[in-house]
Design a protein around this ligand. Structure first.
Ligand code: NAD
Length: 255
């Protein structure tokens, strides 16, 4: 896979899937600028330390990015063991805000990749709600909509991953037509990263056991990263508005 000469901004670089994307993208020739609230422990071509849960911090981070980038990978995220408000801010509202702010810097032919989850697979059950939230444009309008439509703590992670898939899908075509920038989601199943234990706590033993019998094992982060990198590359130049499961076939067993 060729990423030679591309400048890629990656969030969540200091752990898990984000770290693997950095390694792979740099190996494939990209210049990678990372953003995370924690310091990274691997080589990068640039790093911005930022908390991606507030618009002010996001705007300050964007001001430090290169004027022109080829791709943005939104990988930073928190599990549903965090307070629902924070899950919404990091996994959805902040991601949306960052993407809207970076879009003017993304060159034609560029790409945006959002890391969703297999836990967002039930978006069709709430599609109208998620479309209404997608229509509440901007961080503040989105936060206001969420105050009027509170999300239960127990399912907040699933809700915001569903919302991310719906927003990405409905927004992607406009940006592809107007800016020539593609936007796609990747939906991993369980992955061996530091937050896997949080997902077990969040879902409960019964659901975890049920899923365990439907798959060989959780993924390693280096099995997710190549799909994200491919979606940044010119090889996927006609792929836009897709949500690509990378889950060892787990989602297919829900049919
Ligand atoms: N691990 C899994 O089983 C799994 C499954 C499906 C989807 N995902 C998604 O993959 C993405 C990456 O998760 P991971 O498993 O690599 O987790 P991780 O905890 O290893 O990495 C997440 C990174 O995001 C950063 N981050 C969190 N909140 C932030 C904030 N407010 N500002 C800036 N950075 C912040 C963390 O510092 C960390 O470096 C997340 O969006 C997660 O929801 C993970």
């Amino acid at each position: 896979m060729q990423l030679q000469g591309k400048t890629i901004v990656v969030t969540g670089v200091s752990s898990g899937i984000g770290s693997e994307v950095v390694r792979l993208a740099r190996f494939a020739g990209a210049r990678v600028i990372g953003i995370d609230r924690n310091d990274p422990s691997l080589s990068l071509d640039g790093f911005v330390k930022a908390d991606l849960s507030t618009p002010a911090a996001i705007d300050a981070a964007v001001a430090q990015l290169p004027e022109r980038v080829d791709a943005l990978c939104n990988i930073a995220g928190v599990p549903g063991t965090a307070p629902a408000k924070l899950v919404g801010e990091v996994n959805y509202l902040g991601l949306r805000h960052l993407t809207e702010r970076v879009l003017p810097r993304i060159a034609r032919g560029g790409a945006i990749v959002n890391v969703a989850s297999i836990l967002g697979a039930e978006w069709p059950q709430r599609v109208n709600e998620h479309k209404a939230l997608a229509q509440a444009k901007g961080f503040e309008a989105g936060a206001h909509w969420l105050r009027d439509h509170p999300v239960p703590q127990a399912t907040c992670y699933q809700y915001f991953k569903e919302a991310l898939i719906v927003w990405s899908t409905v927004q992607s075509q406009e940006w592809f037509l107007q800016h020539g920038v593609r936007m796609n989601c990747v939906a991993p199943g369980p992955v061996f990263t530091p937050i896997l234990g949080d997902f077990v706590a969040m879902l409960g033993e019964d659901r975890v056991q049920a899923d365990a019998h439907r798959m060989l094992r959780p993924a390693f982060a280096d099995e997710i990263a190549p799909v994200i990198a491919w979606l940044c590359s010119d090889a996927s130049r006609w792929v836009s508005g897709a949500n690509v499961p990378v889950d060892g076939g787990l989602a297919s067993t829900y049919l």
